[in-house]
Design a protein around this ligand. Sequence first.
Ligand code: SF4
Length: 348
Amino acid sequence: MKKLIDQLEKEKILSRKDFIYLLENYDDEIRNYLAEKARNITVKQFGNKIYTRGLIEISNYCKNDCYYCGIRCSNKKVERYRLNKDDIMSCCKTGYDLGFRTFVMQGGEDNYFTDDIIVDIIKSIKDLYSDCAITLSLGEKSYESYFRYFQAGADRYLLRHETACEDHYKKLHPHILSLKNRKECLFNLKKIGYQTGTGFMVGSPYQTAENIVEDLYFIKELSPEMIGIGPFIPHVDTPFGNKNSGEMNLTLLLISILRLMIPNSMIPTTTALGTIHPNGREEGILAGANVVMPNLSPISVRKKYSLYNNKICTKEEAAESRNLLQERMKKIGYELSIDKGDFKPIII
Ligand code: SF4
């Protein structure tokens, strides 16, 4: 199997058959072999610097009803909130003072946030913090909306495809949502010029090895600048409340595979990874990730943005605890960067 990994490193892709063989037969030795290669590539590309992004969860209202999501519109137990412009600007000020140079505005698909409101917020952030990048993660929008945000100064957009297989997509989403539209949104974002991020849940209900391979092939085709993957974690108040969580080792293996496939991509070690294991965040870095995204949202709303059970949002996950996170990164040989961390060409 090591030969397959050497081949993946060289050619940056494997056949579907070989990917499936790897996914179904890897063991700890193979995972570590792959992780070491991934780590070496990450260090050559980015040094031992870990980029930080300050996450601002602007609203937990959402018009959609994805079966896996804790803030889906049919979950009546959620205490809904949305931040206003002043709240968001205040998060940016806190984040800037703490050393963050990227602000990620994430939220459900909340109709309150019209394009005019979003554009106004983007412009205001850029006016005050012209040395910072703005990442949006606000779901599916029209080409025109994405274009307006980009013109206003947004630099990056995150939109996980979640699964690249039509059948599987239908098992995770109500019929009103379509994989076709999701993919179209992603290609539109790329076309407009965003640094574009996609990704998927590992171990989501009904996911097969074949589904994961299609995810890898889709990512290869899209060639995103950012790739976010994390284990599926059920939320008790959703139709998938009694499903099992995704596996940490498989998530780590996939982070390493993606690092070999797209060496210069920005890959976060996700909060979900830190949630399923106390060292999940560090393990993600050691598997080839190079980004962390601590929470900058007002403390009063952090628990309310609950996409899955027991999401961590204190200690090292909290932006104000940047020092704690720095310490943990130091212990594994890395340090947090203040650089805004734009995508760059491959330098190896
Ligand atoms: S996954 Fe996103 S779009 Fe789907 S319900 Fe949750 S917040 Fe809304």
